[in-house]
Design a protein around this ligand. Structure first.
Ligand code: KIV
Length: 257
């Protein structure tokens, strides 16, 4: 395990871990100084491309966006999502994870699932590829977008999976849309940091999609808190630009050669 990952794990029980998903250099370079971890999430499929699910996101899309994000990330741990159908078996996962790491220079990859992906995770880690797990609501395979962990059996499976992922060697686990007391139990049980999205305050850290947080994406999920209304700011700026052009107030001599 490299130092960056070791230092990340050490944050558990010391300080809250600040994480955000980003898809471009410009956003990444603004958020980098405030974050511990920046994820190039396959949520880019729905947020940027209006796909009905993340299943249509390709490896090439992830790689191109990650190359852009890499230019903006100087200090945070940079993690890239492995998209759907790119880690169906250990061999496929290893070849695609190596491609992501070598082309984007990211620090780690993330993949979704519990027991089913344990062998894959072990293979990647054996090959020195740091892996972040993802449990709870799994957008790449979900049949619905309801929160998880209400029923006893489902709860037990998620808790069991968190232990299996830890044993397999993940350095952190994203918990997406799970019941608060389950998030609390997992966070107490595993030694690696849990990063929640719709998974309560009990997680070791939180993650949101930056576009949701700044009000650039019209995301209405309960777990999103909008911290700014960038859509309005862009709208006002474009309106003022339009007014200036129509009134011949732009460009002025200052903007001309
Ligand atoms: O794809 C994504 O952005 C994610 C998170 C928000 C956890 O997986």
């Amino acid at each position: 395990m490299n130092n960056k990952i070791i230092n990340f794990i050490k944050k558990k029980n010391k300080s809250k871990i600040i994480s955000l998903a980003a898809y471009s250099k410009n956003i990444a370079s603004i958020i980098d100084k405030h974050c511990d971890l920046i994820l190039v999430g396959d949520s880019l499929g729905s947020v940027l491309y209006s796909f009905s699910s993340t299943k249509k996101v390709t490896l090439d899309m992830m790689i191109e966006h990650s190359k852009s994000v890499r230019m903006g990330v100087k200090k945070s741990l940079m993690v890239v999502d492995m998209p759907h159908n790119t880690y169906r078996n250990p061999k496929e996962a290893l070849s695609n994870a190596k491609k992501i790491i070598s082309e984007t220079n990211c620090d780690a990859i993330k993949l979704e699932g519990g027991k089913k992906v344990v062998q894959i995770i072990k293979t990647l880690i054996k090959n020195k590829i740091p892996v972040m797990g993802h449990l709870g609501l799994l957008p790449q395979s979900a049949k619905n977008f309801k929160f998880k962990g209400k029923e006893t059996t489902e709860r037990k499976i998620i808790l069991r999976d968190s232990k299996l992922l830890e044993e397999a060697g993940v350095f952190s686990i994203v918990l997406e849309c799970i019941e608060s007391s389950l998030a609390k139990e997992i966070t107490k049980t595993v030694k690696v940091p849990t990063i929640g999205i719709g998974a309560s305050v009990y997680c070791d850290g939180q993650i949101l999609v930056t576009d949701d947080l700044i009000g650039l994406n019209k995301m209405k999920a309960r777990f999103v808190k909008k911290y700014s209304n960038i859509e309005k700011q862009i709208n006002d700026a474009v309106l003022n630009y339009k007014k200036d052009v129509v009134a011949n107030k732009f460009p002025t001599k200052k903007h001309s050669y």
